[in-house]
Design a protein around this ligand. Sequence first.
Ligand code: GSH
Length: 232
Amino acid sequence: MASEKLVLYTDPFSPVCRTVMLLLEAEGIPYEQRVLDLQKGEQLTDSPVAQQLAKANPNRLMPTLDDGGFCLFESAAIVKYLCNKYELADHWYPTDIKKRALVDQYLSWNTGNIRCNAFYLKCVQPLRTGVVNERRLAEQTVVLKKSLQMIDSHFLKDQKFITGEEITIADLMCLCQITQYWISDFNLEDHGANVKCWVEDCRKVLNPHFDKVHQVVYDCRKAGTFKTTYDI
Ligand SMILES: N[C@@H](CCC(=O)N[C@@H](CS)C(=O)NCC(=O)O)C(=O)O
């Protein structure tokens, strides 16, 4: 039977999962977390939760939301749905069409730019396969560097947040991509002065929820599993 409480299939190890979790936590929206450990590949198993995820999202990717039987995947679609469903404060996803278009612009730009494969190729794939694809890693490191410059010198030029003076879902999305590198003991934000200030501003606005959602990141960093650096 469909559950009435929101269910989120998630692993806070994932930046796109953290994006959704940050909005839910910041807004105090009750939800049940069904965690599948990405590092152990639990999403691909036959466990009951993995089977539920597969039913809700045949791609078996997280985050995936189940709202009383209405299933939704893709983090950007999920955060927009939450803003609309709960009529969240306008700053998250403004109703003004130009402000909203700038948020949408960022969300489209995010994937394939700052959300590139550098972290995956440097940290996750070698753990799974024992091999580093140096050619692809070099390519993706260039994408990472260019994307960081774009955030620093365009999105955050002359304004406090990614699309203006107030925090939006675009900031949540971008922030969680930057903090992904903390897992590998690398502070990406140290390579862009505006990005560094903005990370601190976001952290202040979002705490205590920021730290709660990032506990897995802090734990991974402390464990030193992915200790590495990036040539940017
Ligand atoms: N575009 C999707 C990406 C979802 C995605 O790739 N999630 C990853 C974690 S970051 C995942 O679930 N991977 C599982 C796997 O590769 O088996 C979104 O923004 O939600």
